[in-house]
Design a protein around this ligand. Structure first.
Ligand code: AMP
Length: 190
């Protein structure tokens, strides 16, 4: 099973990714988690990306693509994966296509978690107050939403054209949304 999960900041991609990946017995690979771990460990990569992340920008494609290409060669990814937060740019879509061409596999489905961006901005601002996440102040929340709308949202049309998109309402309790995702995937993949 090779899946992508996409959606705007704050829609709960990361949470759902973990559950869906466990359901299908594949690793959830989150570029955001990989970057955060590197920032925490103060690796060279971490130093390179910490400022970009704190400001709500995107890490350059060359860096992100290389990390994902490497991660996909790990043994646990041989049977499948769920990519959370990648691809986010047209260049990343092309790079992922290139990686997949080297193997006999393609993407089975792309989960698109849908929600009103106003609701999400509201949620993220509340979370910012409560948790004080570095990339969750009012300015970066808005910046992340704008970048998502400009660079990432248009990619959904690419996957829709390929017949891969599975749209799921992302608003609701975690379990409810999880059930929607697995039933939508079951309906699509049989
Ligand atoms: P996330 O946890 O997926 O929201 O990612 C947190 C941050 O990591 C993002 O705001 C970006 O700064 C960076 N990041 C994660 N994935 C990517 C990606 N595919 N391309 C560029 N930057 C990314």
């Amino acid at each position: 099973m090779r899946l992508l999960i996409m959606g705007p900041p704050g829609v709960g991609k990361g949470t759902q990714a973990v559950g869906v990946a466990a359901h299908y017995g594949v690793p959830a690979i989150s570029t955001g988690d990989i970057f955060r771990a590197n920032v925490k460990e103060k690796t060279e990569l971490g130093k390179e990306v910490s400022r970009i992340m704190a400001e709500g920008g995107y890490v350059p494609d060359e860096v992100t693509n290389a990390i994902v290409a490497d991660r996909l060669t790990h043994a646990d990814a041989a049977r499948g994966w769920l990519l959370d937060g990648y691809p986010r740019t047209a260049g990343q879509v092309a790079a992922l296509d290139g990686e997949l061409e080297k193997t006999a596999h393609g993407i089975d489905a792309v989960i698109s978690l849908v929600a009103d961006t106003e609701i999400l901005v509201d949620r993220l601002l509340k979370r910012a107050e409560l948790e004080g996440r570095a990339d969750d102040n009012a300015e970066t929340v808005r910046k992340r939403m704008v970048i998502y709308t400009e660079a990432t949202d248009p990619l959904l049309a690419t996957y829709r054209d390929r017949g891969l998109l599975v749209e799921v309402d992302g608003i609701g309790a975690i379990d409810e949304v999880a059930a929607r995702i697995t039933s939508a995937l079951d309906a699509k993949l049989g």
